[in-house]
Design a protein around this ligand. Structure first.
Ligand SMILES: Cc1ncc(COP(=O)(O)O)c(C=O)c1O
Length: 394
């Protein structure tokens, strides 16, 4: 039989899709262990807190170099619990960067305190310690360094100010599990540290999960009460607390994953270095500024975030998405410009470095299992965008 004309038309091979993050890869690799951990919880009848959570708390605190770990429902819960445990509330102020995920500042507002924004350092995207002093008032109670994208803040400089002014340091390490500052891991760098195990994080659960670490036994005790409606003894409520407990199923899965985290972090660093050299060898580095890792820190690249000229950002993002490359903009609007924070009285122009970052950043796909050919494809698509733009301008 004669083939029909449509059957004979050769179709171009579809270029590979590259996801922003492949959260199923770790499940595929550890399926048997994860399945049996989940079944163990289902068979135990202990769905919330219990021995699985207690074991996870100890193992994770040890990994971070902290004495205590207090599991909770999410990274956002961890921030609210930490602030409450430090007695931060109405009338108090907390220094926060405006270029971060919403929860860093919303947690401050949710406990009734006032988020006071301080601009970021243009190189690291993190809180600029040189601008903190000017924002401290008699009401300031804490500084919240957010270790954005996987790189720690300048903690010595922040601690110097905090100690001088007797302030707490509340680390938001949601994006930086396993990251290091001068050889010390996040989790042991603040008065308290807040961690998130959202599935795309360096250590990811199968849903929402979080943890607070501390070395202070009285803060540990208060955090444990606050997460169960403020009660130390069942049905006797010392504080008006919350239901912010960690489910055993997440703890069990996280315990399977924890021993692999060090290897996954190394893989993230390798992937980031590969992007660095691919961007350079494709001659993209004039157009696309790569992330800068400070020599005294271990950046773990929860995100690989580049900067491009603001007038190209949205069209590059569209080009990447149209070409099957998963990208994201973390974050398109600085927190001082968010509608819900209008009551704080900030205006556009108040934090120029944050505002500029919000107009230039693009997060490229990164996860421990990303392959060299996937990364080559991402960079090729970026280079294709640039070629197209130059052609159009000529
Ligand atoms: C910097 C930062 N802080 C806090 C959070 C909140 O964590 P969760 O999503 O687990 O509530 C996130 C989550 O993305 C984050 O990136």
């Amino acid at each position: 039989m004669k083939p029909t004309s449509s059957a004979s038309v050769p179709t171009a091979p579809t270029p590979p899709q590259v996801p922003l993050c492949d959260i199923q890869a770790q499940y595929r690799a550890l399926k048997e262990e994860i399945d049996s951990a989940v079944l163990r919880v289902l068979g135990s009848g202990q769905a919330i807190l219990g021995p699985e959570v207690a074991a996870f708390e100890q193992e994770t605190a040890r990994f971070c170099g902290a004495q205590f770990g207090i599991g909770c429902g999410s990274g956002t819960d961890a921030l609210v619990l930490a602030l409450r445990a430090l007695d931060i509330g109405p009338g108090d102020e907390v220094i926060v960067p405006p270029f971060t995920f919403f929860a860093s500042a919303s947690a401050v507002a949710r406990v009734g305190a006032k988020p006071v924004f301080v601009d970021i350092d243009p190189v690291t995207f993190n809180l600029d310690p040189n601008q903190i002093e000017a924002k401290i008032t008699a009401n300031t109670r804490a500084i919240m360094p957010v270790h954005l994208f996987g790189q720690c803040c300048d903690m010595n400089a922040i601690w110097e100010i905090a100690q001088d002014r007797q302030l707490y340091v509340v680390e938001d390490a949601a994006q930086s599990f396993g990251s290091e500052y001068k050889g010390k891991r996040c989790g042991a760098l603040g008065s308290v540290t807040c961690l998130s195990f959202y599935p795309t994080k360096n250590l990811g659960a199968i849903g929402d999960a979080g943890l607070v670490t501390t070395n202070d036994p009285s803060i540990d005790k208060k955090l444990r009460a606050l997460r169960v409606h403020g009660s130390e003894v069942k049905y006797y409520h010392k504080y008006i607390g919350y239901n912010m407990r960690l489910d055993a199923i997440h703890a069990a899965v996280l315990r399977v994953k924890l021993p692999h985290v060090a290897t996954w972090l190394t893989a993230r660093v390798t992937a980031a270095k590969r992007y660095d050299s691919l961007i350079e060898s494709t001659n993209l580095h004039g157009f696309m500024r790569r992330p800068v890792a400070q020599p005294d820190r271990r950046h773990t690249y929860n995100q690989y975030v580049v900067r491009v000229p603001a007038n190209h950002r949205d069209s590059l993002v569209k080009h990447l998405k149209d070409s099957g490359v998963g990208v994201e903009v973390y974050y398109p609007l600085s927190l001082h410009q968010q509608e819900c924070f209008r009551y704080l009285g900030y205006r556009t122009g108040d934090f120029p470095t944050s505002e500029q970052a919000a107009s230039e950043v693009v997060a490229l796909p990164i996860f421990p299992e990303i392959t060299e050919s996937q990364q080559q494809r991402v960079v090729e698509v970026c280079a294709g965008y640039l070629r197209q733009t130059i052609r159009r301008a000529a």
